[in-house]
Design a protein around this ligand. Sequence first.
Ligand code: CO
Length: 131
Amino acid sequence: MRFDHAGVATADLDSLLEFYTELLDVTVAHEETIDGLRVAFLDLGNGYVELLEPVGEDNAIASYLDRNGPGIHHLAMGTVDLAGALDRAREMGVELIDEEPREGAWGHDVAFLHPKSTGGVLVEFVGRSRE
Ligand code: CO
């Protein structure tokens, strides 16, 4: 398991993308629109920042922005053994938002853990082909 990315909710992806690419002097590794979200990953070499902008009103990021405003939405940890990581969390009594991995951004399998089990942090597990 290693750090994969921090997910940041924003209502203006284009502006924040331009700001962070200049501030951090990094490039955009991937962009797509998936599940009602515009998503962009900034490549920091040892991990990513994922910017998330809702396209419509009916999704978790739109609700998050309404409640909390822009900011860090989740932390993602990458593992080659996503099923094993989920089993371990389940055995520990962690409440899973996704009981099974599902396809997330960038074509990776992902699963989210409920923040009430993880110290208030929305944790995303990401299946990676290598550590
Ligand atoms: Co993410």
